[in-house]
Design a protein. Sequence first.
Length: 414
Amino acid sequence: MKRQFLLLAFLVASMGIAMAQKFMGGDISLLPKYEEKGATYFDKDGNKISDVLLYMKAQGMNSMRLRLFVDPSKAPEDHKKQGVCQDLDFVKKLGKRIKDNGLSLLLDLHYSDTWTDPGQHSVPAAWAGKGVTEMGAAVYDYTKSVLQEMKAYGAEPDFIQVGNEVTFGMLWETGHVYPSSANRWDNFTLYLKKGAEACREVCPKAGIVVHVELSGQGGNVEPFLQRLSGYSVDYDIIGLSYYPYFHGALSTLGGLLTRLESTYPTKKIQLVEAGYPHAYYPSDATFNYKATYSDTEEGQRKFTADLVALLNQHKQVNGFYWWWPEANEKGIDWQSAVTDSWYNCGLWDNATGKAMAALYELKAFVDDPSHDGIQETRMSTGEKAQSLYDLQGRSVTASSKGVLIKDGKKFIQH
């Protein structure tokens, strides 16, 4: 019995970040650019920070997210000025830095040369003119090649987004869909499946994320996921974007999380993008939340604390990533700025370079005492009680080896 306990302890320790109960960090896809340009970072007390990544880790962050474009050199010039530069070489280097420092990595595949979101999903220049079958093959080949290179470089992702904010599909026009319409769903789900297939082949331990956002104040998420179920799309994690100035009050997010946990009990949920301003409320905002949370450092802090408290009420939420936390113009010559405008929803003050109070609220997500060290596994109606799961909550076969979960209990199978 003692030998079994020691073996279990050794296996748990050897798995490192994969055993983390919850994952918290940010999308730091522009951090090397800020560092190259001379951005100066300080903690809240004005002490200079020598390594921003390690400082964020010290504040409880254990995971980071990176976006990847197919060929960002082909992006429109105005998009390049907004931060589109992440090619495979860039992402491999930053990804290895993340992994070498003991954090997990969420890779965000855009399947485009530039930004993708509910309003734009352009086909990469290299894939232009391809038919549906060829496009599916391109998704598979590209995904497989990217993951093989990252793995060989020491930057293997732990989570992989097959597309970015795909509420309305991807690879338009052949993959352009709407939640309430049958328009091109066969094409779109083919692309998702081909991406997932490559992920399973190259990085079988990685969690696959389908990333949607709360367009229509969250009303499009559920019909979208119902469609995916109908097409038997393979994925592990429901990824969400939540920006209150676009998506509405915290209660909107909370209600959606409750319904998703009930409808999809075997899926984990991650908030893969979130943010709130500490200055200058966004001019393109569609929802005014300033009466509840002012666009000040204190307003941002209070919003962050309340968001973390909400997420901690939901057992299936195991990931939370702040969007663009590294934004900081302190010390940068405005004539060689990283982007063409300041982003004021980051976790550093652009004027002083000091860490915002919100940064120090995030740790409460991973320190949540209501969760124990074993991720909860629930079963949907009709699922056999003897179903097996790995430590990320994914269903596995009876022949699987290692530390597994059966009926909510952890054991080792040799």
